[in-house]
Design a protein. Structure first.
Length: 249
């Protein structure tokens, strides 16, 4: 049973999520309550987004998170880090992109140039300009703790298991599984590749992702930009994702 609390939704007694907002590409953010540490999943697309989530947590009595876990490098999941000093954990692949983006300039000419070079895409550029009245305010903060392919994080009475899985959406994407709650945070890992031509999947990565995800004993799967999936509704999604294409090889 999923319960709504203020602007947050309680998925289990220890896990809460925000809603997503398609008008400015704000993804869902997550909160995991542990006896030793409290965890935030992703940092949002701006300091305003980050602070809005923290305020909603405090309204229902949740403490400030002790750590932030990042699922992948895309701007809507990481630009909120600059509004926080909370220690942040991500994969090496994600950190590499954060380092790269920390050197990006945010004047209009530089943003337009990245569209021409393929370093950014029109959808992201448009929503960045919606979220930020002045993109020159953007600061990209790097993470503090880096892991390679997987990490096990004991937060007291529950465990966060972080795994990198090969996928089409973003090379660095990880999932976060909390076995005690049977909740799987997907980030955007089931989404297609939007950064290299038309939105698409590739057959090998798609099949590999499906196989790996269903090895987890989850009841709820949390995606950044969709309604919450049950195990059965995620199976239905994979039967016919809108952008799915098959490679000839």
């Amino acid at each position: 049973m999923v319960y709504n609390l203020s602007m947050l939704t309680q998925v289990t007694p220890n896990i809460y999520i925000s809603d997503f907002d398609s008008s400015n590409d704000r993804p869902r953010l997550g909160y995991i309550k542990g006896k030793r540490f409290n965890i935030m999943i992703d940092a949002g697309n701006s300091p305003d987004h980050f602070n809005s989530f923290i305020n909603e947590c405090q309204l229902i009595g949740l403490d400030i998170p002790d750590y932030i876990l990042i699922t992948h490098w895309h701007w809507d999941h990481v630009f909120g880090l600059s509004g926080s000093l909370i220690p942040t954990i991500c994969s090496k692949l994600t950190q590499d992109k954060l380092i790269e983006m920390s050197d990006w300039k945010w004047d209009d000419a530089s943003m337009k140039k990245r569209l021409l070079t393929g370093d950014d895409i029109e959808f992201c550029d448009l929503n960045i300009r919606i979220e930020y009245a002045n993109p020159l305010d953007i600061r990209v903060r790097k993470a503090d703790i880096i892991f390679d392919k997987e990490l096990q994080f004991n937060i007291g009475d529950r465990t966060c298991l972080l795994y990198h899985i090969d996928n089409d959406h973003s090379l660095d994407s990880i999932v976060i599984f909390i076995p005690e709650d049977k909740v799987l945070f997907l980030g955007d890992i089931i989404s297609p590749d939007y950064h290299h031509g038309d939105a698409h999947y590739t057959k090998h990565k798609f099949n590999h992702l499906v196989q790996k995800l269903f090895e987890f004993d989850f009841e709820y799967a949390i995606h950044g930009h969709t309604e919450v999936f049950s195990r059965e509704t995620l199976k239905l999604f994979f039967l016919n994702p809108e952008a799915f294409i098959e490679e000839s090889n």
